[in-house]
Design a binder for this molecule. Structure first.
Ligand code: KIV
Ligand code: ZN
Length: 388
């Protein structure tokens, strides 16, 4: 298949890697609702679950397969026939099914998880892909813990699974271990050394244990990967997965990279709140792109600059991610310009001296109350009989 070399495919695993988080489990109807919203968001792939893990997860994959049309629906398996058979069955209604199978690629996993050897694991990887390929055309292979795997062995594995029929090769930094340049170099090595690499898409799947998931994913894309895996709000095992909204907005903001996705970023805020509510997982206020403070300006210096020209402190427009609007928050760190802005919004026009006096009273109040709202401002101005 011919791919636009600048197009980045977005693989959402909110319903699989995200749902593994303790306390985030969803019912099938809740998963269907999220899947439908992901389809509207425009993701290319929805990883709907790990069907062999439970009857409930199996049913969710079945029902999501019926519920969505445009995205590929993907089911996770380990590299064994039983998992693959169950996943194939769960995908029988999918218009565009994908099996995501794989096995550990690092010596750590090979020795201490599988008690095996590199040779045996390579064989199992190839067998799994060949077996899955008999039932489903689109096969993604994951080389678990690739972030810590020996790169020559990883290249050997990737070449063998592509020869066996893999259409996408996922290079997970399962433990969020890599530095961006290390991870980027790993992807580049595969691009340069795997003979048949152009027959598959390289996918990046980065965890956030060191807070580097987004940076690592971008490094992977800069070095030739063309699918990014992640979740809404970055939820996922331990410190989470790559946050899809962050990667999409990095690509939009840095158009010089020449890469784009088909995701409609204006749906991010709504999507984020839906996932947060259904999964009972609050979004941290300072979360990039979708946190409640992501577009709130609170210090005097920033507020003054923002009011002169919003681009002084705004590299993304809130409306581009569906955020209600930027806000100028009034606290004891706010300056006179911010106070004036809010008083004018409420209809009070103050001359320089009155603003000076009012600002002093405002600071006293703000030191005591932390956060000043419109009612507080009205009280502050209650000595005025008329507004102007
Ligand atoms: O982090 C990981 O390695 C995974 C694989 C199962 C793809 O989630
Ligand atoms: Zn993962």
């Amino acid at each position: 298949m011919l791919h636009d070399p600048n197009r980045v495919y977005v693989f959402d695993t909110t319903l699989r890697d995200g749902e593994q988080v303790p306390g985030c489990q969803l019912t099938t109807p809740e998963k269907i609702e999220i899947a439908r919203e992901l389809e509207i968001l425009g993701v290319d792939v929805i990883e709907a679950g790990f069907p062999v893990s439970s009857p409930g997860d199996f049913m969710s994959v079945v029902e999501i397969s019926k519920a969505v049309t445009a995205p590929i629906v993907c089911a996770l398996t380990r590299a064994n026939k039983m998992d693959i058979d169950v996943a194939v069955e769960s995908l029988k209604y999918a218009k565009r099914p994908r099996i995501h199978t794989g096995i550990g690629a690092s010596d750590m996993h090979i020795k201490h998880k599988f008690n095996s050897t590199r040779e045996e694991i390579l064989e199992r990887a190839v067998e799994a892909v060949k077996y899955a390929k008999k039932s489903v055309e689109d096969i993604e292979f994951y080389a678990e813990d690739a972030g810590r795997a020996d790169v020559e062995y990883l290249a050997q594995m990737v070449e063998a699974v592509i020869a066996a029929g893999a259409t996408v090769v996922n290079i997970p930094d399962t433990n969020g271990y890599c530095l961006p340049d290390q991870y980027g170099a790993k992807i580049k090595f595969l691009k340069d050394n795997v003979k048949n690499i152009d027959q598959a898409i390289i996918s990046v799947h980065c965890h956030n244990d060191l807070g580097l998931a987004t940076a690592n994913s971008i490094a992977g894309l800069q070095n030739g990967a063309r699918q990014i895996e992640g979740t809404i709000n970055g939820i996922g095992e331990r410190a989470g997965n790559t946050s899809i909204e962050e990667v999409v907005m990095v690509l939009k903001t840095h158009q010089v990279l020449g890469l784009y996705t088909n995701v409609n970023s204006k749906n991010f805020f709504e999507m984020s709140r839906m996932v947060s509510t259904q999964m009972r997982m609050p979004v941290q206020p300072n979360k990039a792109i979708v946190g409640s403070n992501a577009f709130a300006h609170s210090s005097g210096i920033h507020q003054d600059g923002f009011l002169k020209n919003r681009e002084n402190y705004e590299i993304i427009r809130p409306e581009d991610v569906g955020f209600p609007s930027a806000s100028i928050v009034l606290t004891a760190r706010s300056g006179r310009h911010a106070l004036k802005f809010h008083l004018e919004r409420l209809g009070y026009k103050l001359d320089k001296d009155e603003l000076y006096e009012t600002y002093k009273n405002f600071l006293t109040l703000a030191d005591a109350k932390l956060d000043i709202n419109d009612d507080d401002l009205q009280k502050l101005m209650s000595h005025r009989l008329v507004k102007n």
